[in-house]
Design a protein around this ligand. Structure first.
Ligand SMILES: [Zn+2]
Length: 218
């Protein structure tokens, strides 16, 4: 395919500075490839679209664009990606661009975890009291690229894959424990240590932020 042919299907009505445009242009430049094979052609676009992507990170962004383009439960409009999970719940990533490394995903705004998810989490991790509810601190989870050398595009693709799977999302949101501050004795929920310390009086001890800040000041 020549680059001239890639332009035939281009929709010139899109916003050239949007992630939607990047996905669309990548689709046009890779339309000669089999639908399920990986994309390998970086669009020949004179400006850097929504940001500069170094050559080594382009395959990662092409794989994210391909996933957005081909997956029936993923949609892109402007700089917003919407993912609808297997249970029909839609979640969005906003302000998507190629400099994003971390993504905040709203898992739920509902305290109670649906019974079918509790059953799946119990099967995956063993029964835990934390599987029954999601406290406010865990309603939104942060996912992204921990390794500097990885393409942020690959990070986005893996976040989107997790968003497609409600059990994977709830698995993150229910990985928390009950904690009690050794100084002020205030209790809270903290990330990690799935299900530990949730019984009253059995909390995991730690020093809360305000108590530890006070001790620095003294
Ligand atoms: Zn404290």
């Amino acid at each position: 395919m020549t680059h001239e042919e890639a332009w035939i299907d281009v929709d010139w009505g899109l916003d050239f500075e949007s992630f939607e445009w990047m996905v669309h242009l990548a689709a046009c430049f890779n339309r000669h490839l089999p639908p399920n094979g990986p994309w390998n052609t970086w669009p020949d676009w004179p400006t850097d679209m929504i940001g500069r992507v170094s050559e080594i990170h382009r395959p990662g962004w092409l794989s994210a664009c391909h996933l957005v383009h081909r997956h029936p439960s993923i949609a892109v409009k402007g700089n917003t990606i919407t993912v609808t999970d297997a249970h029909g719940t839609a979640r969005v990533l906003e302000d998507v661009d190629v400099t994003c490394r971390w993504w905040h995903v709203d898992v739920t705004s509902d305290w109670n975890v649906p019974p079918r998810i509790i059953a799946a989490l119990d099967a995956r991790h063993g029964p835990s009291a934390s599987h029954k509810f999601v406290p406010g601190q865990m309603e939104q989870i942060c996912m992204g690229v921990e390794d500097d050398a990885l393409s942020y595009g690959l990070g986005l693709a893996s976040v989107l894959q997790t968003m497609l799977d409600p059990v994977a999302l709830y698995s993150r949101a229910t990985d928390y424990h009950g904690a009690r501050c050794t100084s002020c004795h205030g209790t809270t929920y903290r990330e990690g240590l799935r299900g530990q310390g949730l019984e009253h009086g059995k909390e995991v001890t730690y020093e809360c932020w305000s108590c530890s800040t006070e001790s620095w000041c003294n």
